[in-house]
Design a protein. Structure first.
Length: 422
């Protein structure tokens, strides 16, 4: 009897243990399920200030979304495109990625290589963007990306210096040439241009004179060899008449040092170049988009500052979409970012900045001029082809230092441009 009782007690204890263990496993599994977090990766380029506010924004997002872990992937702009090429080819891109406007169409020429954000409109407030903003990232009816802001080449002048020389602010290319005649004895340039500004100024000049765009609406190359010659000759005139310093020698500090009385750059770079000069008490103002006196066309364009896209085969489209919405529309992100990526394209982000009186400064004024201008057309993404830009600058450098003649140089550049735009 005793043996039977012991055996029954052992079996009962065993059953209790088994139930306890099974119950414990179930609870553990439920806890594990509850604690599982979705990882979403996000890649961007930037310097320390941008990286800092972006990381702060992502940290705040994770604090409010405990089920998400955001993996940041960031680097300086130099070499970022090469890295993107490798990642796109090997299908190792981040779930959300910052792209240059031209890269979007390079990676997704038919609109099939990024997630169609229209399908994620349940999680992204697309109504915060106007039709122009949505058109930037729409390819063949598919919304591949959203813009962070809108950009154009803008001319900023040190009015204090122009006043001291007794000069009015330039309205056209002739005014800049005349200003150079006055300033060159002091070795001061009326304006300095970044490489992109020098290239797009030359493109603008050709269109103003001939009425012909470099690229058709469908992106086909339309220049003649004579157009390319005119483009090169214009920039050489700007260099030889000391209107501008060679773009390959551009120095962001020259404005505050009074070695130049102006700078031509993107709106999004305005504070970077202009703010130091403003701190010295100089009156930095926004000028007109220069034209030929008998211009038949404006020649100037606007485009997205950059765009955000979602990987087509992301494993977490819903979480990626929610994070993208936070990046472009979220109040907390907008306040941290300010105008670090230009004046926001999102109405929601704009309202957040406006409510805190954060829409101010040279960058905002330049954006207002752009927004109110009827001269600017939407830029073809192919116009920023990096290969064409590099060839234009290297050819211009060879001409400037007498290593080439314009007839041969323009013909060579024309043939190479045709190849790059095939």
């Amino acid at each position: 009897m005793r043996t039977r009782i012991v055996r029954c007690a052992a079996l009962t204890a065993s059953a209790i243990c088994t139930v306890t263990v099974m119950t414990g496993c179930a609870l553990f599994e439920r806890r594990m399920e509850h604690n599982v977090k979705t990882e979403v990766s996000f890649s961007w380029w930037g310097k320390d200030a941008r990286n800092e506010y972006t990381l702060d924004g992502l940290k705040a997002y994770q604090n409010s979304n405990k089920n998400v872990v955001v993996r940041p992937e960031y680097a300086d702009f130099d070499g970022f495109k090469t890295r993107m090429d490798v990642e796109f080819f090997s299908d190792t891109t981040a779930d959300i990625m910052q792209l240059n406007y031209s890269w979007l169409y390079e990676y997704s020429p038919d609109g099939e290589d990024f997630y169609d954000l229209n399908e994620l409109s349940e999680y992204i407030n697309l109504s915060a963007f106007d039709d122009d903003s949505l058109s930037y990232g729409t390819i063949n009816g598919k919304l591949n990306a959203l813009p962070t802001g809108t950009n154009c080449i803008t001319f900023y002048y040190n009015k204090t210096m122009y006043d001291r020389y007794g000069l009015s602010l330039p309205e056209n290319w002739s005014d800049l040439i005349n200003a150079a005649e006055v300033m060159k004895s002091d070795e001061v340039y009326p304006v300095e241009m970044t490489k992109k500004a020098a290239y797009l100024s030359s493109v603008a000049y050709v269109e103003q004179v001939t009425g012909r765009k470099m690229l058709s609406d469908s992106g086909e190359f339309q220049y003649t060899s004579e157009d390319v010659r005119l483009m090169l000759a214009f920039y050489q005139e700007m260099l030889n008449k000391k209107v501008t310093k060679p773009a390959w020698d551009f120095d962001r500090n020259d404005l505050e040092k009074c070695l130049t009385a102006g700078v031509a750059s993107w709106i999004s770079d305005a504070e970077y170049y202009c703010e130091p000069a403003q701190k010295f008490g100089f009156d930095i103002v926004i000028g007109d988009y220069p034209k030929h006196k008998q211009a038949v066309s404006s020649g100037w364009y606007k485009k997205p500052t950059s765009v955000y896209a979602i990987k087509k085969n992301t494993k977490s489209p819903e979480e990626a979409a929610k994070l993208l919405d936070y990046l472009v529309n979220g109040e907390e992100m907008a306040l941290l970012q300010g105008m670090g990526k230009g004046v926001p394209a999102s109405k929601a982000a704009l309202e957040a900045l406006e409510a805190r009186d954060m829409l101010d400064g040279i960058e905002y004024k330049a954006n207002e001029k752009m927004a109110n201008s009827e001269e600017l057309e939407i830029m073809s993404p192919k116009l920023e082809n990096q290969g064409v830009l590099d060839l234009f600058i290297s050819t211009s450098e060879s001409l400037y230092y007498g290593r080439a003649e314009i007839e041969n140089a323009s013909e060579n550049l024309y043939n190479k441009m045709k190849e790059l735009y095939k």
